[in-house]
Ligand binder design. Structure first.
Ligand code: SF4
Ligand code: SF4
Length: 376
């Protein structure tokens, strides 16, 4: 058949087999590579999808050799082998609870049992349904455009040239706008180091951060509007290996590649950098975001008037705005607006109200607790 392809079903990182499908934190944790939340989908190589005449998010009917069929939106997935498609397990549960009921489609019936073995691959036919459904992705941008936001080089090359892989080989004169206003650091200067060589992009730290800091789950529609509240996100970038030009990282170059199979993925956890001369601080008209004497960028929630100038001026785009009172709004009907399940909240971290900006505090509550313990 023309549209017959190999279908692979797999356990996704956030959802695994779906046992925890009612955990809203996991539903809102983006897949490490596709960055999709709250759904499963049929992943196709963009070139394969073009061949089949599908645009991204076109809903197709996936019918397996055993006769089972589901309708799922198409996701363009660079690196997916041509002639194959994949669908995540763990979705489509109907009796798991408020957060997890009817999220995505059940892919378990694609799994067959042959000669005492579970088979997770089968052949399938894809048919367009004419529908279109936008998935809730937290990152839609593929590439790092050759900028030095993330650097890739071998250790050998790095030893020879510390600028290797950065694309920044020109020396620039460094200017300091604050030569007369040196910020005095009285005590510690807190920083957090993340080993990018070790990070696999799993996202466990994102969930841990959400739980520790009472970060609201906002649901699929709000994620689609780019209003997810995660203080810590894991950025994913692709780099494509082009035989002619070597490594290709810019989207306009990627668009011309014949094959999108040869791809490598890099992950970069991204959170507030607590910049020394923070650009977010200089634009706040009411000094709601200021620097501490130990090097942290603070937010005074009850001073914030919600101009969002700081978010606009943050080069790392790590600030999050409370568009709603997520803790007390029936439109966000998951366990976080229930007075009993709210007991899971961390009492050391205040919840934020509508109209207020928030962002990574470097777990200030833990730093303060450490200071108090040291004093005792
Ligand atoms: S830093 Fe976060 S995303 Fe990276 S491996 Fe550790 S827990 Fe996973
Ligand atoms: S919010 Fe952005 S600009 Fe402000 S300190 Fe954090 S990373 Fe820097």
């Amino acid at each position: 058949l023309k549209k017959d392809i190999e279908l692979q079903v797999y356990e996704s990182i956030p959802m695994r087999d779906g046992k925890q499908a009612n955990n809203a934190f996991l539903q809102e944790l983006p897949d490490p590579v596709t960055k999709v939340t709250w759904d499963n989908y049929v992943a196709l190589n963009p070139r394969q999808a073009e061949k089949l005449g599908y645009k991204e998010f076109d809903v197709v009917s996936v019918k397996a050799a055993n006769g089972y069929a589901v309708d799922l939106p198409v996701l363009f997935q660079p690196g997916q082998a041509m002639g194959t498609a994949s669908v995540a397990l763990g979705y489509g549960r109907t009796k798991t609870g408020k957060a997890g009921n009817n999220v995505g489609k059940n892919a378990f019936p694609f799994v067959t049992y042959t000669n005492g073995t579970l088979k997770y691959a089968t052949t399938a036919t894809l048919t367009a349904t004419g529908a279109w459904e936008e998935l809730a992705q937290t990152q839609t941008h593929y590439s790092f455009e050759g900028r030095s936001i993330i650097r890739e080089a071998s250790f050998k090359d790095f030893l020879k040239d510390p600028m290797a892989g950065s694309g920044n080989h020109h020396k620039h004169k460094v200017y300091d706008l604050w030569t007369t206003d040196k910020h005095e650091m009285l005590g510690n200067n807190w920083v957090m180091a993340i080993d990018l060589n070790a990070c696999t992009g799993c996202g466990s730290c994102v969930v841990a951060c959400n739980v520790e800091n009472n970060i609201p789950v906002v649901g699929k529609d709000e994620v689609r509007r780019r209003r997810e509240m995660h203080w810590l996100r894991i950025d994913r970038y692709y780099s494509f290996n082009d035989e002619q030009h070597g490594s290709v990282t810019q989207e306009k170059e990627i668009a011309h590649l014949d094959s999108l199979e040869s791809v490598s993925v890099v992950h970069q956890p991204m959170l507030c950098q607590h910049c020394d001369h923070a650009p977010c601080e200089t634009v706040c008209p009411v000094l709601a975001t200021v620097h501490s004497s130990d090097g942290l960028n603070h937010m005074a929630y009850n001073r914030c008037v919600g101009t969002r100038y700081c978010a606009n001026n943050c080069p790392y785009k790590v600030r999050r705005f409370n568009w709603f009172n997520y803790w007390n709004d029936s439109r966000f009907d998951n366990y976080l607006n229930n007075e009993f399940t709210q007991l899971v909240l961390n009492p050391d971290v205040t919840t934020r109200s509508r109209g207020v900006m928030e962002k990574c505090s470097m777990c200030i509550q833990r730093i303060q607790a450490g200071k108090l313990t040291a004093k005792l």
